[in-house]
Design a protein around this ligand. Structure first.
Ligand code: AMP
Ligand code: MG
Length: 283
């Protein structure tokens, strides 16, 4: 299956989230049947990240958004299993600090964008500034409504400077969210994740869905596409995200840089004598 094609939001047209099946699982019945593909994809991703790092020309920005318990943290940890920490950083964006609020909303974001050769993973992002900010009227409509164009211009700037941007909306339904909250209540190791606002925010579910639909529709561009990933099944979510990362990195046709030294000469100069010595001592 071409995951990128299937889940990519076309740049024209309006997204309707309630028409998208959050339980979709493609060709696989369950986690076990997807395991081999998942492992192969993870290995491929590891090799491609190594190539990105070695080439040191371009970078990758992965943006994760979704409702509470949609699986942003789980996706971060899955994607990271395939990454050499040397070339990858994760940033979680929370409620802005007073210092952050004293700047424009993209200030804190821009500092976290990846340098050449590296990967940044955003757990939440500048999209919160047209999501939670809109739902809770944190700024007036005249302010947030301009941000779609500003975000498109910002992402264009990054793209023009060598950053490949992939944006994932992890799509779960409202019942699945409640089931996940319940699992957190029942698991002492995950009790720490629960806050009462998780429950009170559920009242705003339709407002958030509408805000997401707008953000995805208005900011789904060729240079920074949105993908809507059915995420009721965690294993399917991990598989779909990894496959899209792999396909995108493969399409870049990256190459290892040529050696800066004459390999044959180096071999002769530093290894030939040693090989001779070894041969002599063995005989
Ligand atoms: P969590 O991802 O569960 O750690 O929660 C982070 C919280 O920070 C969420 O409730 C977000 O809505 C909130 N948050 C992130 N970015 C912003 C923002 N720009 N303005 C207001 N709240 C934000
Ligand atoms: Mg939360």
């Amino acid at each position: 299956m071409d995951y990128a094609k299937k889940f990519k939001v076309e740049s024209k047209g309006k997204v309707k989230l309630d028409q998208i099946d959050a339980s979709y699982k493609g060709e696989h019945e369950d986690k076990d049947s997807a395991q081999a593909e998942l492992e192969e994809t993870t290995q491929r991703l590891r090799d491609l990240q190594c190539l990105l790092y070695a080439e040191n020309k371009r970078s990758l920005l992965i943006i994760l958004q979704g409702m509470d318990a949609a699986g942003k943290d789980g996706t971060v940890s899955h994607v990271l299993t395939a990454m050499n920490p040397q070339g990858c950083r994760v940033y979680g964006f929370k409620k802005p600090s007073p210092e952050e609020l004293a700047h424009d909303y993209l200030w804190r974001i821009h500092q976290a964008t990846p340098r050449n050769g590296s990967v940044s993973v955003f757990n939440r992002s500048h999209y919160e500034d047209v999501l939670v900010v809109r739902v809770h009227n944190l700024v007036p409509k005249e302010v947030w409504s301009k941000r779609f164009d500003e975000i498109n211009a910002f992402e264009r700037l990054l793209f023009d400077n060598g950053t490949n941007i992939l944006k994932f909306y992890l799509h779960i339904d409202k019942e699945e969210q409640l089931a996940r909250f319940k699992q957190r209540l029942d698991d002492p190791n995950r009790n720490w994740k629960i806050s009462e606002s998780d429950y009170t925010e559920r009242e705003y579910w339709p407002d958030y869905q509408k805000a997401y639909e707008d953000a995805i529709s208005k900011c789904g561009t060729e240079y920074a596409p949105w993908y809507i990933i059915p995420s009721n099944h965690k294993w399917f979510r991990n598989l779909a995200v990894s496959r899209i990362l792999v396909d995108t990195l493969e399409s870049l046709n990256m190459k290892f840089p040529p050696p800066t030294v004459n390999i044959a000469e180096i071999k002769k100069k530093y290894h030939a004598a040693l090989d001779e010595e070894k041969k002599a001592s063995a005989s």
